[in-house]
Ligand binder design. Structure first.
Ligand code: ZN
Length: 149
C-alpha cells in the first residue's frame, strides 16, 4: 500500500508543478471563478461545450498543490465527456474525497483515485473539490463566482 501511496503523491506533485490545460481559453463558451478562502486557492475555469459534449476545459489561477493538481487532472478527465458523464464524475469524485473508500468506483475515477487520501484531511477537501464545484456550477448555468465557504 505504501508504494501505491507514493505513486499517488508523485502524480499529485507532477500535476501541481506542471498543471495540464493551464491556460486562458479565449473562445470559451463559459468561464467562472472559484475561490477557497480557507486556503486562498483561486481559479478561473474555462469550458467549451459542443452539443452535449465537453469539447475543452482549461483553468488559470493560483492555488496549493492539492487544488492545482486536482484542477489539472479534472481537465484531463472531463474532455470528451457528455454533460451527464461530467456530472456523474463530479459526484463520484466528491464521494471519493469525503466518504469511505469502499463505495468508490475505481474504473470510473481512473487517475482521480490519487486523491483518495484527501478524506483523511477535511481541510483539504475544499482544495481538492474547488475546480469541480466551479465546473459543476457552470454546467448548471450559474454565473456567480463559486466560494467553498
Ligand atoms: Zn488549497
Amino acid at each position: 500500500m505504501s508504494d501505491l501511496l507514493e505513486l499517488y503523491q508523485e502524480l499529485i506533485k507532477d500535476h501541481s508543478k506542471k498543471p495540464r490545460n493551464f491556460r486562458v481559453m479565449a473562445d470559451a463558451d463559459r468561464q467562472l471563478e472559484g475561490y477557497n478562502p480557507l486556503c486562498g486557492d483561486r481559479f478561473t475555469v474555462y469550458l467549451k461545450i459542443r452539443g452535449d459534449v465537453v469539447e475543452d476545459v482549461s483553468f488559470q489561477g493560483a492555488g496549493c498543490a492539492i487544488s492545482t493538481s486536482s484542477a489539472s487532472l479534472m481537465t484531463q478527465a472531463l474532455k470528451g465527456k457528455s454533460r451527464h458523464e461530467a456530472e456523474e464524475l463530479f459526484r463520484a469524485f466528491h464521494e471519493l474525497v469525503t466518504k469511505d473508500a469502499r463505495a468508490v468506483d475505481e474504473e470510473q475515477l481512473g487517475k482521480l483515485i490519487v486523491f483518495s487520501g484527501v478524506r483523511k484531511f477535511p481541510v483539504r477537501v475544499k482544495c481538492a473539490t474547488l475546480a469541480w464545484h466551479t465546473l459543476n456550477a457552470m454546467l448548471h448555468g450559474e454565473a456567480k463566482p463559486v466560494s467553498t465557504e
